[in-house]
Ligand binder design. Structure first.
Ligand SMILES: Nc1ncnc2c1ncn2[C@@H]1O[C@H](COP(=O)(O)OP(=O)(O)O)[C@@H](O)[C@H]1O
Ligand SMILES: [Mg+2]
Length: 494
C-alpha cells in the first residue's frame, strides 16, 4: 500500500522523504522485516526497537518510523522517515488503514476486567452460534473462527497482528468477533482504532500491578474501552462500577445481583456442578442453567446475556447456549459415571488459587481436595504463599509437579511445603503429576470435590524444554475409569 494511504488521517507525525513509496508490509520486529517493509520502532519493556533500525534496513526496510523522544536526529538511508509523537499509536492506526478497517465489517465485542473475560467470551460465542451467527474469538486460550483455531497467541495480540487477524475474520464473513481486551492492550494502545460495538466490564481487583504503575493507572486502562465502544455493560456489584460509569462516554446498562441492576438474576441456586437462576425475558420468567458452578458464573452469564440480546439472540438461543457452554480449563467439570466431582482449573497464581478454593468451598458439601504444583523458572516467591493458601482452604492437599522446566521438581515442591507447614491443612507430596491426580481421585467421596489447579486447558508438561503430552482432564478421566464400579467409600476413608 502507498505510504500516504497508510498514514491517512494519523495525527502527530512528520514525514521526511517519499510518501508515494509502495510499502510491502508493516513490521515492528526487525527480525521479521523483508524487502520494502515499513519498520516501526517501538520502545518496549525489554528491548527498544530504535536500536534495531540498522538491522531492519539491512533486512530490506524502506520506511522507518521513529518516536520523537527516541530519535537521534539522523535520517537513515531509506525512502521515507516518519517521526511520530507515539509509535505505538502510529503502529495501531496504520495497521487499521493497511488492513482497511476490518472491525467495521463485523460487530465487535470487547470484554475487560480482572476475571471472567475468557469465560464470558465463550458464553457469548456459544449463544450467538445457536442464533446461527459466525463468530470469531480472540483470547487467552485460542483465537478461533467458528470451530477452527487460527494462530494461538497472547491475550491481546500486537496491533498489527490483531488487525491482520481481524482482516481474516472479516474475509471469512464473521458476523461478530468477541475479544478479551486486557488492561495491557488498552494501556499500550494495541486496540486503538478498533470500532467496538459493545464493551463489557466484568470486575476489577488488584492483579497485574507489577505492570501498571499503580491502581489508578490500571483503572484508567480498563476505562478506555468505555470511550471506544457504543454500548457498555457494567457489573454494578463491583466497587469500581460507579467510577467507571462516571467517566464512560458510551451508553451504559448495568447487570448484577445486588445494587439494583438493570439486568438481574434471582432465585440463584449454586451446586457443585452448576449455577441456576431466573430472569425475565419480555416479562416472562425463564430459568437459566449453566454447567459451571460458582456465583461468579451468574455474573458472567448476565454479561453474556446483555451482549447477545443486543446482537439479536433469542431467549431459546440463550438458554441452550448457556446450558451447553464449556470453557476449557476454567472451572471445567470432568464428566464421569462414578458420581465424583472433579474440576480442572487454570488457577496458577496465589490470588486465583485462593479465589477458586473459596468458591468451591462455598458450595461443596463434603471436603475439598486440592491437587496443585508450581511451575519452574518463574516467580519462586509465590510457591510458599500458594502452599499456605491451599493448606488454609482445602481439607487435603496433594502437592505435585507442574511445568518444572529446567528446575528440579523436588526442590519446587519443598518450597511449597514450607508454606503449607504453617497451616493445619493435611497434605501429601507426590511429585509425579499423574500419580498425584490418581491419588486424589482415589480419596474422593461422593460429596467431595477434587480441584486440579494450575494447568487448565494446557495439554503438555514442560520438562527441560520438551513439551510432553499431558492433559489433566484426560488423566483424571482415566483415573476414574480405573476405580472399582461401586466405589466403597470405606476402603478409601481418610
Ligand atoms: N466473574 C468472575 N469473578 C471472579 N472470578 C471469576 C469470574 N469468572 C471466572 N472466575 C474465576 O477466574 C478463573 C479465570 O477465569 P477466566 O474466564 O479465564 O478469566 P480471565 O480471562 O479474565 O483471566 C476461573 O477459572 C474462575 O475460577
Ligand atoms: Mg483470559
Amino acid at each position: 500500500m502507498i505510504l500516504s494511504d497508510i498514514l491517512e488521517g494519523i495525527e502527530g507525525i512528520e514525514i521526511k522523504g517519499n510518501a508515494d513509496f509502495d510499502v510491502a508490509e508493516i513490521k515492528c520486529d526487525s527480525r521479521l522485516v523483508s524487502e520494502n517493509d515499513m519498520f516501526v520502532a517501538i520502545v518496549g519493556f525489554k528491548t527498544n526497537g530504535h536500536e534495531y533500525i540498522s538491522n531492519a534496513i539491512e533486512a530490506g526496510a524502506k520506511v522507518i518510523a521513529v518516536q520523537r523522544d527516541n530519535w537521534n536526529g539522523e535520517v537513515p538511508n531509506c525512502e521515507a522517515l516518519i517521526v511520530a509523537d507515539d509509535t505505538r499509536k502510529l503502529l495501531a492506526l496504520s495497521a487499521c488503514n493497511y488492513y482497511h478497517h476490518p472491525s467495521r465489517e463485523f460487530k465487535l465485542v470487547g470484554i475487560t476486567g480482572t476475571k471472567g473475560k475468557t469465560t464470558t467470551s465463550y458464553m457469548i460465542k456459544k449463544i450467538l452460534e445457536k442464533a446461527g451467527k459466525k463468530v470469531g474469538l480472540i483470547g487467552t486460550i485460542a483465537n478461533m473462527i467458528g470451530d477452527e483455531e487460527v494462530e494461538a497467541s497472547r491475550t491481546t495480540p500486537e496491533s498489527i497482528d490483531l488487525q491482520r487477524l481481524f482482516r481474516k475474520m472479516a474475509d471469512e464473513k464473521c458476523d461478530v468477533v468477541v475479544m478479551e481486551v486486557s488492561s495491557h492492550a488498552l494501556a499500550l494502545d494495541r486496540v486503538l482504532g478498533c470500532e467496538f460495538d459493545i464493551g463489557i466490564f466484568t470486575n476489577l481487583s488488584q492483579d497485574h500491578l507489577d505492570f501498571h504503575k499503580n491502581f489508578d493507572d490500571y483503572f484508567s486502562a480498563k476505562a478506555k474501552l468505555f470511550s471506544m465502544c457504543k454500548d457498555g455493560y457494567i457489573n454494578c456489584d463491583d466497587m469500581y462500577a460507579r467510577k467507571l460509569m462516571d467517566i464512560a462516554t458510551c451508553t451504559i446498562t448495568t447487570f448484577g445481583i445486588d445494587n439494583n441492576p438493570y439486568v438481574s438474576a434471582r432465585d440463584i441456586i449454586i451446586t457443585n456442578s452448576y449455577a441456576d437462576f431466573k430472569m425475565p425475558f419480555n416479562k416472562v420468567m425463564q430459568r437459566i442453567k449453566v454447567n459451571i458452578p460458582g456465583r461468579f458464573t451468574v455474573y458472567n452469564a448476565l454479561a453474556a446475556i446483555c451482549a447477545t440480546v443486543k446482537l439479536g439472540a433469542s431467549v431459546e438461543n440463550i438458554i441452550e447456549g448457556l446450558e451447553e457452554v464449556t470453557v476449557p480449563g476454567r472451572s471445567e467439570m470432568v464428566k464421569n459415571d462414578r458420581n465424583l466431582t472433579v474440576m480442572v482449573d487454570y488457577a496458577h497464581s496465589p490470588a486465583s488459587l485462593e479465589s477458586i478454593l473459596k468458591a468451591v468451598k462455598s458450595y461443596t458439601k463434603g471436603k475439598v481436595i486440592c491437587v496443585f504444583g508450581c511451575g519452574g523458572d518463574r516467580d519462586k516467591t509465590k510457591r510458599p504463599i500458594m502452599g499456605e493458601i491451599a493448606g488454609s482452604n482445602a481439607a487435603y492437599t496433594v502437592i505435585k509437579s507442574d511445568n518444572p522446566r529446567t528446575e528440579d521438581p523436588k526442590e519446587i515442591v519443598k518450597q511449597i511445603e514450607e508454606g503449607i507447614k504453617k497451616t493445619k491443612g493435611k497434605y501429601v507430596v507426590i511429585v509425579n503429576r499423574k500419580k498425584a491426580i490418581e491419588h486424589a481421585i482415589r480419596m474422593a467421596k461422593k460429596n467431595d470435590l477434587v480441584l486440579i489447579a494450575g494447568k487448565g486447558h494446557e495439554t503438555y508438561q514442560e520438562i527441560n524444554g520438551v513439551h510432553n503430552h499431558f492433559d489433566d482432564r484426560e488423566v483424571a478421566r482415566e483415573a476414574m475409569k480405573k476405580l472399582p464400579e461401586s466405589k466403597n467409600d470405606d476402603i478409601y476413608a481418610w
